[in-house]
Structures are given as C-alpha cells and as structure tokens.
Ligand binder design. Sequence first.
Ligand SMILES: Cc1cc2nc3c(=O)[nH]c(=O)nc-3n(C[C@H](O)[C@H](O)[C@H](O)COP(=O)(O)OP(=O)(O)OC[C@H]3O[C@@H](n4cnc5c(N)ncnc54)[C@H](O)[C@@H]3O)c2cc1C
Length: 441
Amino acid sequence: MPHSARASAVVIGAGMAGLTAARALSKHFGKVTVLERDMLPAEPAPRTGTPQAPHAHMLLAGGLQALQALFPGFEQDLADAGAVKVRTGKDIRMERPGFDPFPIRDLGLDIFSMSRPLLEAVTRRRVQQTPNIDLSVRSRVTKLAASRDAKRVEAVRYDSEDGSAVTLEADLVVDASGRCGLTLQFLEELSLPKPEETEIGIDQAYASTIVERPLDRGADWLGNIILPAAPATSRGAFLFPIEKQRWLVSVGANHGDAPSGERAEFMDFVKSLRTPTVYEAIRDARPLTDIVRYKLPCSTRRHFERLEFFPAGLLAIGDALCRFNPVFGQGMSVAAQEAVILDRLLTDEVPMDRLARDFFAAIQSTIETPWGVAVSDFVYPATRGVRPADLAQRLQYGMALTKLAAQDPEVHRLTAEVQQLLKPQTALREPALAARVVSLM
Ligand SMILES: Cc1cc2nc3c(=O)[nH]c(=O)nc-3n(C[C@H](O)[C@H](O)[C@H](O)COP(=O)(O)OP(=O)(O)OC[C@H]3O[C@@H](n4cnc5c(N)ncnc54)[C@H](O)[C@@H]3O)c2cc1C
C-alpha cells in the first residue's frame, strides 16, 4: 500500500532506466508519471531520443534477471516478441587474441539477443499495462522546481504535447534522461556542489547495419564477437542474431579510427578486422537498413555518493548517473539492477529525506564491477583519465585469467558470471583462484 509521503512520482525519460525505475516506483507510489520528450512508436523502431538504439545492445544475464524480477514473465515476453534465446559460451562465438575462437562450452546460462528497440518496446508494453503508471509522450521536461526552503524538489516543469507549459508536483522525481543536465542545472540554481565526475576518454566510434540472416548457413553458431588485438588495433565487431531472422552487425574502433557510413567502405573496415568470420558471414547477406554511426567521447561516472548534501525528492539513475563504454554491453543491465535496488529501499521504508543518500550508497557495489572492467580501456596509450598505479599488473592478471579460463571450464563459467553481472569482480580475486592466475603471469 503506498505510503502517505508517496502519493506521486515523476520519471524523466522512457529509456531503459526510466521504464525500469517507473516499474519499481509503481509498487510504492500512488501514481507514477513518466515524461518522455519523444513520440514513442507503437512497434519496435528507432527514435530520435535514443540515437544509440540502432547499434548492437547486449542484455547481460544480470540485467535479464533484474528485468524478470521487476516484470515477472519478462523472459517469456521477450521470446514471444521474437528475441533469440542464446546459450552463453556456445551460441555466440568469441574470438579474442590467442583464442580464435575461445573454447566453446555450454555455460548453462541463457540470455536473449534482440534489437534495442524490441527490448524497449517489450519493457514499455509492460509499463503501459501497469495501472498506476501514466506514460506521457512529447513531454519535454525543462526544469526542476525547488521547495520554498530550497531543500527539496517539489515539481517539474515540462512542455506538453499540445505546446503548453505544465507544472507537475511530485514527492519524488527520478532523472532518467540519460544526460543529467536537468539535475546538474538544478544543483547550480540552488548554489549546491555538483557531483565529482570520473571520465575515461575513449573516443569510441560505432557503425551498424542490419542484414538478413540466412537460414541455411550450416554453421553451429548464431553470432560472433571479434575482440581487437589491443593496443595495436582497436577494431572489433559484434554480430548478433536478432528478431525476424536478421543479424545486427556493429563494428567499432576508438581514438580517431572509425568505420565509415558508406557501405563499400564499411565492408572494407569489416574485412580489415583481425579475423574474417564476420566478413565472410555478411558479405553476401542482403542489407536491410542503412549504415548508422555513433560516437561516444568518454565513459562518465558521477559521484553523487560523495556529496554531503543532496536535495530530497530527487534521484538520478541509469546513464544520467554512470555511462559506461558501450563495448562492454553493461548500461541497460546496470540501469535495471539500480531499479531493483530502488524497489528494495522503498520496500524497506527508507524515509524520503534519506532515500537519495541511501540509494547512491547502495548502488556503488553494483556499479563497481562494470566500471572496474573499464580499466582495460587504459591499454590504449591515447585513453584519457587517471590510470591506476597498478595498471600493468591488472592487465597481466586479466590476460592470465583468460588463459586459465580457456583451460578450466569452472573458471570459464566464473568469468562469464562476472562479465554477465551475476557476480562481483571480487570473485575473480578469491585467494585460491588468484594463486592459480598468478602462477600463469
Ligand atoms: C553505441 C552504443 C551501444 C551500446 N550498447 C549497449 C549494450 O550492448 N548493452 C547495454 O546494456 N547498453 C549498451 N549501451 C548503453 C545503453 O544504451 C544505455 O546505458 C541505456 O540505454 C540506459 O540508458 P538510459 O535509459 O539511462 O538513457 P537513454 O537510453 O539515453 O534514455 C533517456 C530517455 O530520456 C529521454 N529524455 C531526455 N531528456 C528528456 C527531457 N528533458 N524530457 C523528457 N525526456 C527526456 C530521451 O528521449 C530518452 O528516451 C550502448 C550505448 C551506445 C551509445
């Protein structure tokens, strides 16, 4: 039963963070309003507010678990919508330097592969079926409004579909806009300190297209990943099976190297990859979309947890809080895991004036593992940011762990569970395992 201080909540943005946050809030607030600036398509389709959506989006097992917890029956919904069930370790071939492919093993973990618009459409449908959630499209939030004592957010202002400016009061506002601009602007208006930011400059460039996936390939794999031979080259590829018997192919590079948006040049880039697998798979496949490109200058982590004061009635979630290097496929899964944490805190009756502090503290252990993976970005000399003092040792440890995982199926499974955000990175530093890894360094 919603609490009296929890009459209404507003979520800014109907991306994966906003949708999952709205579901979490709907269990605890009388009414939840999601304000989205875009017109949302009825069918899975790209839209302007999420320009990253045409690119390969992997939903990790940890994210799937979180979505299933928020929306019981979610896996079935995905399957019904045409998402492709894949067994980790087996169905998506992994090619990494020294292992082309990495030993193929059934790791016993099923995930789903689909386009990001399909995943978002399935999630959105579940949100729209939730009676106390109202999803307003073409509603661009322009400002957060403070209470008279300037200690809390008490409303949002937005431009509504019919062009009028609306003020909507709320007991809680969740910034899931992907960018955080509204929250930072609000802190500035109240002369409050902004969160410190950690940035890792990667200058990541993607190019993607969808092609027909032949039915009669005769291969025993559904998709393929090519990891680069870093630091000599940063060129890599994802070839993922998606709904309607198609492949989504995304190629990428960083620090100034970038795939072209012109098809012949795009294919030249694919041909230049470390192994020919993706090129050979798609060279005769019928293209179904244009090639789209995307550039991301850096990963950004905002340290809200370090602020001494943060206004009550406000939270940031998803990319607004922490934006990861997309090549590790973590952002949507982390957003869903954050929403599960929000649900848990509200179930525990955390008072509203403590919610932000407790939320920002509670999600740190969830962010730590995916953010820790980004340390491998420093293998490139051009990567900007504060290099860990023990970088060389960490990179060597990673390489030795990969060797051990290739030899030992149990270690392979453990590394997959960490990479899929089911276990924390500390599991890879347990003393018995660490001793075996160090012996290979
Ligand atoms: C190239 C690329 C590939 C990626 N691949 C993966 C992957 O494989 N796996 C993975 O998990 N993640 C991946 N990501 C990251 C993933 O896209 C995000 O982490 C994830 O979508 C969470 O985003 P979000 O909901 O916080 O923000 P977004 O997806 O950016 O959504 C924000 C929403 O807010 C709306 N909005 C913004 N401002 C306003 C406003 N003022 N008023 C109202 N609405 C507003 C926008 O229209 C949008 O709908 C990738 C990212 C990129 C760039």
